[in-house]
Design a protein around this ligand. Structure first.
Ligand SMILES: O=C(O)CCC(=O)C(=O)O
Length: 313
């Protein structure tokens, strides 16, 4: 399949997608939580889609990557209290719509400083692990998916990272509900992760945890050290995550888009799903004080994204 040639953006999305204050928060901490990126009805639609997908994978004789899979999706973690579903991008039209949501794509592009392509998509449904007593000072599965010197650069005096995630909670997250934890500010710090963990565990005020109503999106650079939080309540947590990279990156999930799904991608979304040929990255940079493009965008139909607006004469 011939790759898409370099060119201007092919579907309409806002720019800048963040307010100056949100961009500044991201600059300082490596993440920002944006409330109400999804409306309550959209949250419910996505949550139901993920529950259906989990049920469907549970029916399979083998639930891991070797397959058979459910619409490409499989379990990476298959435990009573934790289902981690990978390669969910084509599992349901609502899930696909999440990955192509114009504001979410644009938020990722703003952090990358480039046009985005989808590199991976997954979801977690997890609850309290009742097999072990609750640890008052838990150790988390901290990790980062990109290293600072190779993946990051600055432009207009703002930090950019070439691997970004939009992680949206589809259930309310109070302090006991296991929201994502991060080591604040670690996105810029080129030190071995073990040293940063040592410092953060010694002073846990450096560990920030997502506490946010359903429909909020955690936007973060993958150089930020992060982990799943510890669920201490009786509430189940449901989250949906898209990973984005520049259009010159490959698709990373274990697997590839099916032929049927690929054939259904409309032309304006092909760069987002398939990337583009050549090294160009479609640079896009803001200044901190540039006002946010506040146009409204909804989850909508994934394959009916409008084309970019004509430039005003
Ligand atoms: O479960 C979470 O909150 C964190 C997910 C995560 O670690 C990741 O997407 O890399």
């Amino acid at each position: 399949m011939a790759l898409n040639p370099p060119g201007p953006p092919t579907f309409d999305r806002p720019f800048p997608a963040l307010t100056p204050a949100q961009r500044y928060h991201f600059e300082l901490y490596g993440y920002v939580v944006i409330p109400n990126t999804l409306a309550p009805a959209e949250v419910a639609l996505l949550r139901e889609a993920l529950y259906r997908l989990r049920d469907s994978i549970q029916q399979l004789p083998e639930r891991g990557p070797e397959g058979p899979r459910s619409q490409g999706a499989y379990f990476l973690i298959d435990r009573g209290h934790h289902h981690f579903m990978a390669n969910v991008v084509e599992a349901d039209p609502a899930i696909t719509a999440y990955a192509t949501h114009p504001r979410l794509v644009a938020m990722a592009e703003e952090v990358m400083g480039s046009e985005a392509r989808i590199t991976e998509m997954n979801a977690h449904i997890n609850s309290r692990d009742r097999s072990a007593p609750l640890d008052p000072a838990p150790k988390y599965g901290f990790h980062r998916g990109a290293d600072v010197p190779f993946f990051c650069h600055t432009q207009e005096h703002l930090f950019h990272c070439a691997f970004v995630k939009t992680l949206t909670n589809l259930t309310d997250l109070g302090p006991e509900d296991g929201g994502t934890v991060v080591i604040a500010g670690s996105h810029k710090v080129d030190l071995p992760a073990e040293q940063l963990l040592q410092v953060a565990y010694a002073d846990r005020s450096l560990i920030h945890q997502v506490v946010a109503p359903a429909g909020s999106t955690l936007l973060f650079a993958e150089t930020l050290i992060h982990a799943t939080g510890q669920v201490r309540s009786d509430r189940e947590r449901v989250i949906l995550i898209t990973g984005y990279g520049p259009t010159l990156f490959p698709y990373w999930d274990e697997g590839k888009l099916s032929e049927g799904f690929s054939a259904s991608i409309p032309p304006q979304l092909r760069p987002l799903f398939q990337g583009r040929e050549h090294w160009t990255r479609g640079p896009r940079y803001r200044k901190l004080t540039d006002p946010m493009d506040a146009r409204q965008f909804s989850l909508g139909q994934w394959d009916q994204r409008p084309l970019p607006e004509e430039p005003k004469p």
